[in-house]
Design a protein around this ligand. Structure first.
Ligand SMILES: *[C@@H]1O[C@H](CO)[C@@H](O)[C@H](O)[C@H]1NC(C)=O
Ligand SMILES: *[C@@H]1O[C@H](CO)[C@@H](O)[C@H](O)[C@H]1NC(C)=O
Ligand SMILES: *[C@@H]1O[C@H](CO)[C@@H](O)[C@H](O)[C@H]1NC(C)=O
Ligand SMILES: *[C@@H]1O[C@H](CO)[C@@H](O)[C@H](O)[C@H]1NC(C)=O
Ligand SMILES: *[C@@H]1O[C@H](CO)[C@@H](O)[C@H](O)[C@H]1NC(C)=O
Ligand SMILES: *[C@@H]1O[C@H](CO)[C@@H](O)[C@H](O)[C@H]1NC(C)=O
Length: 834
């Protein structure tokens, strides 16, 4: 009775003075009943209490959640496998342990849940406190001795300052374990844990078998997470000594809420809370590619997703397929074996460098921390059982890891990764010395071809040089020539000129055409610089893009790219006529299109009526065909990377023409990212993998196309807030409506009655298919074109990117508000807030 009164009193206190008097501690004589919450102090970031995961559910759990955010986000569950069936749960301290009882049951019955650390003595002065880190700590002796803490028994969430790893002395292993389903926090099948055998590695397991080897620690990251770099919000520390092996993720700014969660689907996600948009923002996820799958390619092989011939498995140098037939049929699971009849022991053998890889499984390696890379090589060389070595720390190149026996689960990355040194025989050594692994030719034919074409090229260059020299002298005399291309370099020049439809323009002629880049001729400002209208002396209208901030590759590479890209011709692409380069000044010359860009039409109430349903459908199909050409049909396979309404121009007959393609090639990847970062509104079109990890593929273009399609048929922008619901964007809103079978509500009013409902519904569905969260789920552009062109049944779209599960709350949960869809257009405020 006393207990009851006390807790009711405390609850009253809490309701009336929620901020200053909330309880953060329970002591011996206090209890937490269903409806009570403990709030962490001093900042009140977390709360502990009872909750349900569905509004209509009577099932109750005891757990910890974020106290100050609108979306119910559970970070820890005590009784995950033993839910309460009603609100009769009560948490108390009993015999020095935290115990959860069912009030309806006798106190002597085994508790629903218990902190269950073994105690022989009774700790009379125990108390349990919820800290601002989200850790629930049971202490005694005035908080001096920690008896138990929730951070030692994680659920599916890793919070900052929580250890993930093993205490070698006590055997305590802290790891994440997935829930059973989004509505059931029970023990699921996936675990994310450090395996201390050999050189410790982090693994994702499904039940007992590894599905993803996140790898060993290489100094600042896991070998299987190339994206992991120290950045300004997060820091990571790794400890591996006799007593412990663990990793701790930290946040430098305590105001940033960040968590890592192991989902039921077997994906690990890192998220941060965006207060301005009231949603979780995904920073990173894994695993991503097939090559991440554990032992995707069998022993002694390398999984290389960037292989041009599309079979990702390749034998490591010195190895050959074990089953040649299966290998030929692209089944790599048999792996590779040492080539027969070669000696790698005492007969002139050496090491070949395999660059930028996730090094093979280190659970059976030998490690000597005191050796450098050179000594490591010597040690490996003199031991004939040693098949490979690598340094333990990729930054300092210190420490020595050696492999003995079969090597498992190696894969290649494009940009970062460790270097692995493989033992090969004298013959192979000589071969790779000429052509390092991963570079051009393994076959001699290629070598011969390359050399001979180089010779031809050289002769060509000499010829052109001679030709230009003589021509230049003429041009000095004849003013007509000053408008012609200035032939001054590279063999591509010939190619360029021979097509006779792309040119190098002279700065003076461009200046004259645009009236010295006068403001009156300015058409607009794009991500890469200003665009001007111009009339050439022959009367032809052109659009001139004056590139700002060009600091990418050299002039020759730039020219080469312009030459290549100007050869792409399709009626749904804006034509590049040429370029103009003079000193710092670089310009691209395009055909001029009298109508403006698509955004000018579809987002403008007065203009949008000019585009009826048929026209819009044609525009969608035209854009799709243009992208298909870029992706599949052109020689270059171009990923646009910045597809949006303002990059689609309309010609006089309102046919769509895609602009700004090939910028990524001209600028190099980093440049375009830097530019798009600055362009407001572009983020509404960016796929999650591109926005968050800078990973782009044809599927990121498909994503942008999906957004564009939805914008065209609804006449609404995806970026920015959507009408009454401040936290919903267009894609999220359409997803809602579509699921409720109310998609017709979103139709652009300016279309009036004249449109095909069937086609509209179909377009919505195709759009939703394109914006699905996972790139693999999205259709290819050729599939999109065919879906637009016929009436076949469409697959059912999965949840689009950036939409988080609908969160429902019980009224008894005081910290949360009603369920909202949290959707975003990725605002990069966080990334930019340097
Ligand atoms: C708990 O209650 C007992 C008796 O009801 C009392 O003797 C004891 O001092 C109380 N302990 C605390 C920490 O309040
Ligand atoms: C506490 O641990 C013991 C063994 O360590 C186990 O038998 C018992 O079931 C556990 N109790 C609870 C409530 O988890
Ligand atoms: C976990 O794995 C078992 C056995 O493979 C399977 O029967 C069960 O359905 C899985 N559970 C979940 C939640 O996926
Ligand atoms: C991260 O940085 C913060 C602030 O500098 C520091 O308090 C914290 O200990 C660091 N955490 C880790 C894991 O290095
Ligand atoms: C192995 O190599 C030796 C000498 O290089 C050669 O004579 C022999 O035919 C080879 N055997 C096979 C099976 O290739
Ligand atoms: C590491 O190498 C050094 C130098 O060769 C050697 O003295 C030491 O015993 C080695 N340590 C281990 C653990 O093998």
């Amino acid at each position: 009775m006393k207990e009851l009164l006390l807790s009711q009193f405390l609850l009253l206190l809490m309701l009336y003075y929620p901020s200053c008097h909330s309880l953060d501690t329970i002591t011996l004589n206090q209890t937490i009943k269903d409806g009570d919450v403990l709030v962490s102090s001093p900042r009140g970031t977390f709360a502990l209490g009872f909750f349900s995961l569905k509004p209509d559910s009577k099932t109750r759990y005891l757990g910890i959640w974020y106290n100050k955010i609108s979306e119910q986000t559970i970070v820890w569950v005590a009784n995950r496998d033993t839910p309460l069936s009603d609100t009769s749960g009560v948490l108390s301290i009993n015999n020095g342990n935290l115990v959860l009882h069912d009030l309806n049951e006798n106190k002597n019955v085994k508790p629903i849940w218990s902190s269950n650390f073994s105690t022989s003595t009774s700790f009379g002065d125990s108390s349990a406190k919820l800290l601002d880190t989200g850790n629930f700590v049971l202490t005694h002796d005035n908080e001096k001795n920690i008896l138990w803490q929730s951070f030692d028994f994680p659920s599916n969430t890793l919070l900052p300052f929580m250890k993930l790893g093993l205490d070698r002395k006590t055997g305590l292993n802290r790891f994440l374990r997935s829930w059973k389903s989004p509505n059931d926090p029970g023990t699921g099948n996936f675990t994310y844990r450090i395996d201390p055998t050999g050189f410790p590695q982090l693994f994702l397991y499904r039940n007992k078998s590894p599905t993803w080897r996140v790898g060993s620690w290489t100094g600042q990251r896991w070998s299987g997470v190339p994206e992991m770099t120290p950045n300004f919000i997060f820091n990571v520390s790794y400890t591996n000594n006799e007593d412990e092996v663990y990793v701790v993720y930290g946040v430098k700014d305590p105001m940033v809420l960040s968590r890592m969660v192991l989902e039921e689907t077997g994906h690990v996600r890192r998220l941060t809370w965006q207060p301005s948009e009231r949603r979780w923002f995904q920073i990173w996820y894994g695993p991503k590619e097939e090559c991440d799958g554990f032992k995707q390619c069998g022993s002694n092989s390398n999984c290389n997703p960037y292989n041009s011939d599309k079979f990702e498995c390749e034998c490591l140098p010195g190895y050959e397929p074990k089953f040649a037939r299966e290998w030929y049929l692209r089944d790599g699971s048999g792996g590779c074996v040492r080539k027969r009849n070669v000696s790698t022991c005492g007969s002139g053998e050496g090491f070949v460098k395999v660059a930028r890889v996730k090094v093979p499984d280190t659970s059976k390696t030998r490690v000597n921390e005191s050796l450098g890379l050179k000594e490591c090589r010597e040690k490996c060389l003199e031991d004939c059982s040693c098949v490979a070595y690598a340094s333990e720390n990729e930054i300092s190149e210190s420490g020595c890891v050696t492999w003995h026996g079969d090597m498992e689960d190696t894969r290649t990355y494009t940009q970062v990764g460790q270097d692995l040194y493989l033992r090969v025989d004298a013959h192979e050594l000589a071969m790779y010395a000429k052509h390092p692994y991963g570079s051009l030719g393994k076959k001699r034919m290629v070598v011969v071809l390359v050399i001979s074409s180089c010779l031809v090229l050289l002769m060509g260059i000499i010829f052109v040089y001679w030709f230009v020299k003589s021509r230049k002298q003429w041009s000095k005399r004849d003013p007509k020539y000053s408008f012609r291309l200035s032939f001054d370099d590279s063999s591509n020049q010939q190619e360029f000129d021979s097509t006779n439809n792309s040119k190098f323009f002279d700065l003076s002629s461009i200046a004259a055409a645009t009236d010295n880049f006068s403001l009156a001729n300015k058409l607009g400002e794009g991500g890469f610089g200003s665009v001007y209208k111009g009339i050439l002396s022959n009367g032809m209208a052109i659009a001139v893009k004056r590139l700002s901030k060009y600091s990418g590759q050299g002039i020759n590479e730039f020219k080469n790219e312009v030459v290549l890209i100007s050869k792409l011709q399709h009626r749904n692409l804006v034509r590049i006529l040429g370029c103009c380069i003079q000193g710092e000044e670089k310009m691209l010359i395009y055909e001029y299109l009298p109508n403006k860009s698509l955004d000018f039409f579809i987002f403008d109430k007065s203009k949008s009526s000019e585009l009826d349903w048929r026209k819009r459908f044609d525009i969608i199909c035209g854009i799709a065909r243009g992208i298909l050409y870029l992706h599949h049909d052109s020689r270059l396979r171009i990923i646009h990377r910045d597809l949006k309404a303002s990059n689609v121009l309309l010609d006089s007959a309102l046919n769509p023409k895609i602009a700004d393609f090939g910028m990524a090639r001209m600028f190099g990847g980093d440049q375009i990212e830097a530019v798009t970062n600055r362009v407001v509104g572009t983020y509404g079109y960016m796929s999650p993998e591109y926005a968050m990890e800078g990973q782009f593929s044809v599927k990121s273009d498909v994503y942008s196309f999906g957004v564009l399609l939805l914008e065209i048929i609804t006449g609404k922008k995806n970026s920015g807030q959507y009408e009454d619901n401040a936290s919903t964007t267009l894609v999220g809103h359409i997803w809602d409506l579509w699921r409720e079978d109310k998609a017709m509500e979103i139709v652009d009013q300016s279309l009036g009655e004249l449109f095909s409902e069937f086609e509209f519904q179909r377009c919505i569905q195709i759009g939703l298919l394109c914006v699905q969260d996972y790139a693999v789920d999205r259709p290819s552009m050729s599939a999109v074109v065919s879906m637009l062109g016929n009436d076949s049944t469409l697959p059912t779209p999965k949840q689009p990117a950036f939409i988080f599960k609908k969160s429902n709350y019980e009224s008894s949960n005081p910290s949360t508000s009603g369920g909202i869809y949290s959707v975003n257009d990725v605002s990069m405020t966080m990334i930019e807030a340097r």
